[in-house]
Ligand binder design. Structure first.
Ligand SMILES: [Zn+2]
Length: 356
């Protein structure tokens, strides 16, 4: 017969064997992260809602061929867009995780676009991934850690934050320029203070964006992250402020300067294997920046080592070897290792996430 000790642990008093199995199960649930294994902390989930996931996708204009290109990169046919995209993406991701050097992937939800009063702006957002979907996926698959997405101007923002934290959220993700979030709006102070209090880190997109429609380009500037930083939130500037398109402003130097003022500011290496974003790799490899970098791929964004090879960041051999691997999560990891990122940059995030 079982004697419940706490919610996570049930100790069976009859039979030594049963007792051992129960404790082991409990340890698996609470310490699912192997701190020695690399973590990809920037992995997007996408879906069209098949299977009742609640996801939606609105791809128009030139974003259509781009979306098809991304699917091909992932190893899925273009027809997946109208098929069971949700199930196919998750199955492919799990397969990639299981055949990679990675210990875990932080999978990202995506909130809708809201105005500054927290009202949904209908027809503006291009994709949506519910918090409950990533929370459920992470419960089901030990390879995944859930990052929720909450527009902080929502009237129920703090309530939703508390609910997600109780359900196991490890991080909060937002794209201020695409989701219309002015992170430094004083009205959001309480929300950031609550995030700091519950120790939930913020992953905020910085720099230009070309795979999604941009609503407020000025919110790509890392300086807009000052208020959450001042409130004590651990902030990770996605892409470290680097530019994505030729005409985008470059914010990398601003991000780098801010890390000197804010010990709670980090930057991720996501999408560093697209043509422009990886230009500043050399500066990311040395102090003071090196100890602020964390590893992310930006799956399903294409990963090509050509740009790193052209800039002399990786050898021809390393480039070719990585390129032969169809698993883009592993390819991105191998290329970053070849660039010279230190082992700690791949595991550092485990100290920043809100892990159970
Ligand atoms: Zn991203």
């Amino acid at each position: 017969m079982g004697v419940p000790v706490n919610q996570k642990q049930i100790i069976f008093v009859s039979g030594g064997k049963t007792f051992y199995a129960a404790v082991k199960l409990s340890m698996n649930q609470t310490s699912r992260i192997d701190p020695t294994k690399p973590i990809d902390m920037h992995v997007h989930i996408v879906g069209n809602g098949t299977g009742g996931t609640g996801c939606w996708l609105r791809v128009t204009g030139w974003h259509r061929p781009l979306a098809r290109l991304m699917l091909r990169q992932v190893g899925l046919p273009g027809s997946a867009m109208t098929g069971d995209l949700d199930g196919l993406v998750v199955a492919r991701l799990l397969e990639m995780m299981r055949t990679s050097s990675l210990g875990a992937a932080v999978i990202l939800a995506q909130d809708d676009v809201h105005d500054e009063n927290g009202k949904v702006m209908p027809g503006v957002g291009s994709f949506y991934v519910p918090n409950d979907y990533v929370l459920a996926l992470a419960k089901k698959h030990r390879e995944f850690l859930p990052a929720v997405s909450i527009h902080p101007a929502r009237p129920d923002a703090i309530e939703e934050l508390d609910r997600c934290v109780a359900a196991g959220a490890v991080m909060m993700k937002c794209l201020p320029n695409c989701q219309n979030i002015n992170c430094s709006d004083r009205r959001l102070t309480k929300f950031w203070e609550r995030m700091a209090e519950v120790k939930l880190p913020l992953l905020a997109h910085t720099g230009g964006e070309h795979t999604l429609p941009v609503v407020r380009p000025e919110f790509s500037d890392p300086r807009t992250l000052q208020l959450p930083l001042e409130c004590g939130v651990t902030v990770i500037a996605a892409h470290s402020g680097t530019k994505s398109g030729l005409t985008d402003p470059e914010y990398f130097h601003i991000f780098a300067e801010m890390t000197q003022r804010f010990p709670n500011l980090y930057g991720d290496t996501s999408a560093f294997n697209v043509p422009l974003r990886g230009r500043h790799v050399r500066k990311c490899l040395v102090e003071p920046l090196a100890s602020r970098m964390v590893h992310g791929s930006d799956f399903p964004v294409p990963v090509n080592g050509l740009w790193a090879w052209m800039r002399g960041f990786v050898s021809w051999k390393d480039y070719r070897q990585a390129q032969r691997n169809p698993n883009i999560l592993e390819r991105d990891y191998q290329l970053k290792v070849a660039m010279g990122f230190a082992p700690e940059s791949f595991t550092r995030i485990s100290k920043l996430l809100r892990l159970p």
